[in-house]
Design a binder for this molecule. Structure first.
Ligand code: 8Y4
Length: 283
């Protein structure tokens, strides 16, 4: 469906991202806890096959991350993070017609990923790491700014908000200003409420319900709720049983005007988006 808050195509490296309709971003993890570790080429080829399947299913972006942001995950060095993502970015850029999003907070990884063909920087820390604003600006790539408080390891320790949506909005405005000061103009920015990051279950639900408020910032919105614990908490299902809950939230996010859905289950989510589009396009 044509989004009410529609934007001109966003240049992402060599490709243009359509922001008139909701796009699906497929998640590709290259952390050892999530992917086969049978050697470097196995990892690269498995990742390519997974990315190819997501593209065929209708993903227009692939999000590649080499550092786990799960609570309690081991921190990795820049070297190791780059080693994990570099060959995967390179092979996908060479083989597939898709926009590569690099899920990183590490300045050196941003720069190298841009050189290897990435089209978007997805930073859950919103360029708050030392050198990240400068590095992201140097790539010239668009950036997704996501709301989080603190670090993934400690963020779930008693998060408190008087008004979660207003505080998420305030944070994003502050990060947009820091970007502007670093030469990253607002036309390069995507915004993300950061579901599951430094928020209680009630915060996540309330933020989801009221996310339309963020359209006031006049930038495209990215929503990532696929298989997350806010679904597990409501339905009482482990990660493997959260598909229908994820699709329900995907449908709601489309109706609320989300421009990009970051998901594990691309084919199923694309069906949801297309079905809503067909009804919206009717007389
Ligand atoms: C099951 C599956 C349980 C996945 C938890 C998770 C976002 C993101 C992540 C997001 C943007 C995750 C990198 C967390 N979430 N980037 N990244 N927005 N922009 N957890 O919501 O998927 S990782």
């Amino acid at each position: 469906m044509t989004l009410k808050h529609s934007f001109s195509p966003l240049p992402c490296g060599g490709r243009a991202l359509d922001l008139t309709r909701t796009q699906v971003m497929g998640i590709l993890n290259v952390t050892p806890d999530s992917f086969s570790d049978g050697g470097r080429f196995t990892r690269r080829d498995d990742a390519l096959r997974h990315a190819e399947a997501m593209c065929r299913a209708g993903a227009t972006l692939i999000d590649i991350g080499g550092e786990s942001t799960r609570p309690g995950a081991q921190p990795v060095g820049a070297e190791q993070e780059l080693e994990r993502v570099a060959s995967v970015i390179e092979v996908i850029a060479a083989e597939l017609d898709v926009i590569i999003s690099v899920d990183t907070s590490t300045p050196a990884v941003m720069v190298e990923a841009g050189r290897l063909g990435a089209g978007l920087i997805n930073d859950v820390r919103s360029l708050q790491r030392e050198g990240a604003l400068v590095a992201a600006a140097a790539t010239g790539l668009p950036v997704c700014l996501m709301h989080m408080r603190g670090e993934p390891t400690t963020m779930q320790q008693n998060p408190q908000y008087a008004d979660v949506v207003a505080e998420v909005e305030g944070f994003l405005v502050e990060r947009m200003q820091k970007c502007a000061a670093a030469g990253i103009t607002s036309d390069k920015l995507l915004l993300d409420p950061g579901f599951g990051f430094a928020k209680t279950h009630e915060h996540n639900l309330s933020l989801f319900k009221r996310m339309e408020l963020l359209h006031g910032l006049k930038r495209p919105l990215l929503v990532g709720v696929s298989r997350k614990s806010m679904i597990g908490r409501v339905l009482g299902h482990e990660v493997g049983g959260r598909l229908y809950g994820s699709l329900a939230l995907a449908a709601l996010a489309v109706v609320k005007g989300a421009h990009i859905l970051r998901v594990h289950d691309v084919a199923e989510t694309v069906d949801v988006v297309r079905m809503i589009a067909a009804v919206e396009a009717a007389e």
